[in-house]
Design a protein around this ligand. Sequence first.
Ligand SMILES: [Zn+2]
Length: 466
Amino acid sequence: MPISFYNTLTRKVEEFKPIVEGRVSMYTCGPTVYDFFHIGNARSFVMSDVVRRYFEFSGYEVNYVMNITDIDDKIIKRGNEENRPSSEVAETFATAFLEDTKRFGIRHASTHPRATETMEEIIAHIKALVDKGAAYEVDGDVYFRVSAFKEYGKLSGKKIEDLQIGARIEADDRKENPVDFSLWKSAKPGEPSWDSPWGKGRPGWHIECSVMSQKYLGKTFDIHAGGNDLIFPHHENEIAQSEALTGEPFAHYWMHFGFLNIDNEKMSKSLGNFFTARDILEKYSAEVIRFYYMQTHYRSPLNFTHEGLEAAKTGLQKLQGLYDALEDAKTGSASFDVAAHEQRFIDAMNDDFNTSAAFGALFDMTREANTALHADTGMDDASRASLRDFLQRSCEGVFGILSSEKDDGGASSALLDGVMQLMIELRAEARNEKQWALSDRIRDGLKELGIVLEDSRDGTRWKTTT
Ligand SMILES: [Zn+2]
């Protein structure tokens, strides 16, 4: 079976047919950087990362784009609350986003475009919509004219008439139709703004994603992904704004990740069960959390529990145990059929990225392999090598949950990450206080240990030189 997965647009599991043979163009909605991202967002980012990695495992070259929304109402609100420029708030949390995704083992996208760096293209897109009659200006604000796009509602299944009834309650009489939505918002005093044909202002959230995705992937691309909660209105509006202009399909496949609940309750700050990705990484390694996420199908709701995480830890140790045992085992004589197990893994993943079934195959293999390793005949070198190779490509390459450098289920990597984060923060503090000798000592001391620090606009990163 070729790779097939559920397309929200057609409401069917469909075989994946790329626009360009051997290549995948994929866009996943990234964070609005007004806070640390939470474990529900982390689930979407991790599952999207796994999909990307699986395409690569299957031989595709993936152009993977994830935006950073760095201008938005929530960012401005936080800036006002903290009495600092909203651009500074955005920079803080964009840096934190890149740090946290890295700690989660989420691979850096091919491109992480930022809305504020795409302003010229956003304004040009809105202007073209206005010129085409698909958008209109009222006193410096620009709205999308929903009636100009006949297919509005095709992703979410919502009907314009029903939406109109709901929207009338909060009707803005400046809009022609209550369901029309904002493309450009005129600047209020003290807000960050950009010059445009409609005066100073800033773009709406939906248009940012339409333009950032098309800028890097072209007017039609393969896959658009994001959390379930983004289907309406965000993704519906992205389609309308894009297709109303190009007259061509925006994305061929729409992929959506399920919600995450905590102990069967919706996660919320008011219920006191709100966890950022950072919070949870203090208690569990990224590998354990990733493994836990993948035990549930990406489209299903996931119930996040402490017991579940503990069980994931135990499960992960079994896989890591086999990985380590394969290296340490003595040469035996019996062969082991890895190909059959690999085929089960592939069949499961090709069937709508069924990660839990893929783990079923991996655990069956682990049990059989352990039995073979402990039998008198042992396992021959070629079998051990191909087993390790498969575990490396599947668990490390696709799932990001094993490492040949670890023997503790991933805890040491999380620990090192944590320690390095602390070192980086201490060095930044020393620099802020102009304690140059101390900051140099931290950098040089780490260098002697084989760790180099790299300063960039996204913050300081570290890497090992050995
Ligand atoms: Zn988006």
